[in-house]
Structure formats: C-alpha cells, structure tokens
Design a protein around this ligand. Structure first.
Ligand SMILES: [Mn+2]
Length: 426
C-alpha cells in the first residue's frame, strides 16, 4: 500500500480554506507577540521521528495479545506502513529496527524500499531480554550483568552482531536497553551486577564503528520487580561516561517512577552533553507505552521546553535521536502513531512559542507569576493550524487521521495481507 501525493491533496481540498483561515488568525496573533511564525514552521518541517519496527503490529500485555487485522508480517511490510505515515505527515522519515525480530533477509532490497519511501535507518536496538532460538545460553538470570562470563560474552556478541546489521543499513547508533536485575532482595550482588554490566558495555563500545554512538536506556522496574541494574538516569550517565565520548543516555518517558521530574533530567543531561536519544510515549502508572500526550500533555510541553532550550544553548550536546516507543493493544497502530506524531509536533510548536528572553527576565526578577504566565500562554495557544501548515508546505495531509480513514488504508492492508497476519515481536 503506497499513498501518492494526489490522493492526499484531493483530501486536503476539503479543508484547505478553513485551515488557511485558522492559520492566518493564529499567525497574526503570534506575529504581534514578536514570534517568527515561519521559523517555527520550518522547525516543525525539519523534525524527523523514528518509528520502531515493533510498534506497527498489535502489542501484548502480560496477559494477552489481541492481533489487529492487516498487521505487517515482515520487514518490507513494516517499512511500507511507515511509508504511509511518512506520506501523510513527513515526520515519520525513519525506522528503528529491533534485532532479532527484524533482521533483513535482502539488505539491498530493504534499503531500496526504504529509500523509495524517503525512510532512513535510525538506531538499531539489541535484545537480551529474551532467549533467542538456538541460543546456547539463557538470559533468565541476566545478560550483560550475568555472573557467568560465557553468558555475558554471548550477550556482548549479540550487540556486536546488531551493530554489524545496522552498519549494512546505514544506521549510526546502537540502543541498549537492559532488562537485567533481580526480583527479590539478596538475589543479586548490586555491585557485581553493575561492574559486570559496565565491563560488558565497554566491550560493546570498543566495537562501535567510528561515527557511531551508543545510547543507554534506563528503567526502574519491570520485568524485574526489586532491582534493575541500570535503573535511573544517574546510572545510565555514569555508564555512558565510563564508556566514552560516543556513549550517551537515552530518556524514555515511560521509564520513570511516578511524579518524577523528567524535564529536569533532560535539562541536566543536555547541560552535560550526554543526552543522545529520546523515546516518546505516555503513561499513568508504569511503563504503559500509551499514545504520546494522551495522559500528561503539559508534562510533555515542559519537557519540550527543556529540549528546545538545550538544542539552542547546549552546543555540547549532540543532535538527538527521536523515536516513538509505544505499544498498541487496542487501537489501530497506524492511527495511534499518527496521534503520537501530532502530539509531538504540537508540544514542540508550543515550546517554540515560549519567549525565552522574557522568561529569563522574569526568572531574574523572581517574578514567579510572570514565569508561569509565559509558559502557560504558550501552552494555551492552539497550534494545530501551524502544525497543519508545516504539512501543507510539504504536500502532506492537513488532517492525517481523517485522510487515513477516508482513503481506507486499513481496509486496503487487510485486502493485501489478510485478517490473520501477525507481526513479529513480543
Ligand atoms: Mn524505550
């Protein structure tokens, strides 16, 4: 299934006049506030968010998995699905592969397909949280932290294999999320597990190609429920520093304990030049992997405020690898991803409206009320027409979900793939 420009433009004609009216109204107000609206739109146009290969089919919970009609059954179909998202939004121009779920069989074919849909290969993700088919050793009691040298070596080698796969596709970074930890007090020696992990990561790091980076995720709990070896940003930061200049921390929004101030973590890591990647999702209780912005949109905005500040002021921090890391149990995954992309663009746009000079002055004057007014004035602005304008400028859909539905994309996918197709993944 491939969408072409004329199909999208046909749909756009229905709402073009009203969106232009809406845009002119908003742009006029922002203009009077001294905001360069075109610069904001340019930034929105340039944002590229990677779609993870595991988010295109139905995701499972600990209790069950309800598959979705027309799921992609192979890597080619997953990339075609991202092509649909990209045709509608222009924001979904990258894929992040999970190995071994998505090992390409035909590298040239996959590269040519991605290229034809303007999709690049973002970070590759290793997996040592599951046992692989025919593996000699089990990761039941850990991988990079395992007490057994042979098991650690198998996990290290897997990460090196993932780097090699990524290199053939043009990826430039490896993301490591480690599920290692313990579920009961006394099960693990914390220091031994940490030392083993640090040494394993250093060995993987020494195998990184010259222009690659390594992104280290953290998470406080799950699948282990008592301790996780890399449980917080501090541990990730410490390990990244121990590895070297090409290692960075990766913030996943769902990987924090409730009420954690994620925006402050983002700020600190950017100041230290160590924020390498970002995984978007939303959650209420734990690592729920829900649609971006569906539960805590104001928090998302505050995080974007720090990201925008850091991208401007922290030249010591590299360009960020943006990715959606979500799972879909109930919604059509493509519709959910469109909602997430929209939420990211909206939060980014609102953060770009914050008058940083005024905010700085208010902070220096300890004018707390004014500080809040400045933030909330930006947050309360309806930026939907700006986000739509960014898409119109690139021949993309004014309303991606409406267009997706009007063009009956899911029906077409079911016709192509059948009702009982199942995507690889958990
Ligand atoms: Mn993640």
């Amino acid at each position: 299934m491939k969408l072409n420009k004329s199909q999208i433009q046909d749909q756009n004609t229905k709402s073009l006049n009203s969106i232009e009216e809406h845009f002119n109204f908003t742009a006029n107000i922002l203009d009077k506030k001294g905001i360069d609206v075109n610069a904001v739109i340019k930034k929105l146009q340039n944002l590229k968010v990677a779609i993870p290969s595991w988010a295109l089919g139905a995701g499972g919970t600990r209790f069950g998995r309800f598959s979705f009609f027309g799921e992609p059954t192979n890597l080619e179909q997953k990339i075609e699905d991202i092509g649909v998202l990209n045709a509608l939004t222009h924001t979904a121009g990258a894929v992040s592969l999970h190995i071994p779920w998505d090992i390409p069989e035909d590298y040239n074919g996959i590269k040519a397909l991605a290229n034809s849909l303007n999709i690049t290969f973002d970070a590759v993700n290793s997996n040592t949280f599951q046992d692989q088919k025919n593996a000699k050793h089990s990761y039941k009691f850990g991988s990079l932290s395992n007490n057994s040298k042979d098991i650690r070596q198998q996990a290290i080698q897997h990460n090196i294999d993932v780097i090699n796969i990524g290199e053939k596709l043009g990826s430039k970074s490896l993301t490591v999320w480690l599920a290692d930890g313990s579920s009961f007090p006394g099960q693990n020696n914390f220091q031994t597990a940490l030392i083993n992990t640090e040494n394993s990561l250093k060995e993987i790091y020494s195998n990184l190609p010259k222009n690659w980076t390594m992104l280290i995720e953290y998470k406080p709990f799950e699948p282990n429920f008592y301790s996780t070896v890399i449980q917080d940003w501090g541990t990730s930061f410490m390990l990244a520093n121990a590895c070297g200049d090409k290692a960075y921390s990766l913030v996943d929004l769902g990987h924090h304990l409730p009420n954690c101030n994620i925006e402050q973590i983002v700020s600190t890591l950017m100041y230290k030049g160590k924020l390498g990647g970002f995984h978007f999702n939303d959650s209420k209780y734990g690592d729920d992997d829900l649609t971006v912005g569906s539960i805590k949109p104001y928090t998302l905005f505050l995080i974007f405020n720090e990201l925008v500040y850091g991208m401007k002021n922290n030249t010591q921090n590299p360009d960020l690898a943006w990715m959606i890391d979500a799972s879909h149990n109930l919604k059509d995954p493509l519709e959910d991803l469109l909602q997430s992309l929209e939420a990211i663009q909206e939060a980014y746009a609102k953060a770009l409206l914050i008058n940083q000079t005024e905010l700085k002055n208010a902070q220096l004057n300890n004018d707390i009320v004014k500080c809040q007014e400045i933030l909330q004035d930006a947050y309360r602005t309806d930026v939907r027409s700006l986000v739509a304008k960014a898409r119109i400028n690139l021949d993309r859909a004014i309303n991606p979900i409406e267009t997706y539905r009007a063009l009956k994309v899911r029906n077409e996918l079911i016709k192509e793939r059948g009702k009982n197709s199942i995507a690889t993944g958990l």
